[in-house]
Design a protein. Structure first.
Length: 231
């Protein structure tokens, strides 16, 4: 996620959003990444990006520099446009991947701007259900294949999932720290139990739904081994 400095708007008119999407498309071609979901709000942008050959820091630097240059020229301003470094989280399993995509598409609904995700023009949701815009910016296959459906012909299961209520705030650092503390408390109680380490990790995952990276932080077990134990 990127946010405007001091929570100022990144987009003052629709033309700005169009330009940002063009920048995203250009950098996607240059950097060879996948983009299953995005949502442009007035003062921030959510993107679900899968790196391939170029790392996320380089991708985001290119996107931000290009758009900030355009915005500053257009509105005759100087100084940084974005609030510090972008925020990001690793997405390590299918369940979390789908939940993040849903969270991104629900942003306009949670902000009270629309009553349904398809009513919002500036997200990738319409690319899935074939309303107005179809382009090469959004990589829909990785999500749609999990629902056994195709672009423009999505299943009822897909639509129902995308509007299900989800209280998680994926980039809320305070909430994340709270979850980690709870996870550590649970792990302290699991450690003395006479059971295989694999079962303890699975129980911790079931109780907390923490990512592999977070489970590694809580348990002290390497992330690679965590992923192996959860197979």
């Amino acid at each position: 996620m990127v946010r405007g400095i001091n929570k100022n708007d990144l987009f003052l008119e629709d033309e700005d959003k169009e330009y940002f999407l063009q920048v995203l498309a250009d950098k996607k071609e240059q950097c060879n990444f996948l983009l299953p979901a995005y949502c442009l709000m007035d003062n921030h942008v959510h993107m679900l990006i899968k790196e391939q050959t170029i790392g996320l820091p380089d991708i985001m630097k290119r996107v931000n520099v290009s758009y900030a240059g355009y915005f500053n020229r257009k509105y005759d301003r100087v100084g940084p446009l974005f609030q510090g470094r972008y925020k990001s989280e690793d997405v390590e399993d299918e369940q979390y991947f789908l939940a993040v995509a849903r969270y991104i598409h629900q942003n306009p609904m949670k902000a009270g701007m629309v009553s349904a995700p398809e009513a919002y023009k500036w997200s990738s949701y319409r690319d899935y259900i074939n309303i107005e815009r179809q382009n090469k910016l959004v990589d829909t296959e990785s999500i749609l294949e999990l629902f056994s459906c195709k672009r423009g012909n999505v299943s009822k299961e897909f639509k129902n999932f995308m509007v299900q209520e989800d209280q998680r705030d994926f980039l809320d650092v305070k909430k994340k720290n709270d979850f980690l503390r709870v996870g550590k408390d649970i792990w302290i109680h699991l450690m003395p139990l006479d059971m295989p380490e694999e079962d303890k990790v699975r129980l911790l995952k079931e109780e907390t739904n923490l990512s592999a990276r977070e489970l590694s932080v809580v348990t002290g077990i390497g992330r690679t081994k965590i992923l192996y134990l959860l197979k």
